[in-house]
Write a protein that binds this ligand. Sequence first.
Ligand code: ADP
Length: 220
Amino acid sequence: RRIAEADSVAVIGLGRFGSALALELMASGTEVLGIDVDEDLVQSLNGRLTQVVRADSTKEEALRQLAVDEFDRVVVAIGHDIQASILTCSVLLGLGIPVIWAKAVEDRHGLILEQLGVHRVIYPEKAMGKRVAHLVRGAALDYIEVDPGYALVKTAAPRVLLGKRLGDTGLRGAYGVTVAAFKRDDDEWSNADADTVLAEGDTILVVGPTSAAEGFAQLR
Ligand code: ADP
């Protein structure tokens, strides 16, 4: 047993998406086994992940040798080589990995992965395109749709909220949103409550139904 401890993740495919994911997991304290067929990529990540290995993930024996079958979570970040993505997911499902995440580059690719039984299929380019559309369009400084129809929006505090307790603004009744947190100057974020009084220049996090939260972010 190598690094297949409870909080470790195997990332297969260390292209732009896979390597960013693997490095972010490392930064947040998760052990990562990275796998790619490309020797240059493996070299460039050597020492920056817990373990990086050159291997062809479509080969069951190779994955067994790396003890990938002992991981609870595996991410397949192979996108453009759809055949390699599908074969790898099939091998991992055969090994009985409890949770497999896989990246899809287009809808039919994703559908096949879902039909195979991959637990979490993600569409990074599609998701990012949708997200940026909301940023380009409006006044939101950042935007996350938590589920279809419910969003978290970062925006400048509008005039209607300034200088009085949030509890006295009638915000929920009038706009159907909640201010979850605020940030002043270069301070850290603080949780907002009914006694919070916002000032001009504050940045806020608004949560609520997508249309309400986005509409609120348009206020000045
Ligand atoms: P991105 O767009 O995130 O860069 P790509 O799909 O272009 O994603 O890259 C996926 C990575 O997966 C590449 O680095 C490629 O070498 C790797 N890869 C492709 N096939 C295999 C395989 N059979 N085994 C291991 N790694 C693979």
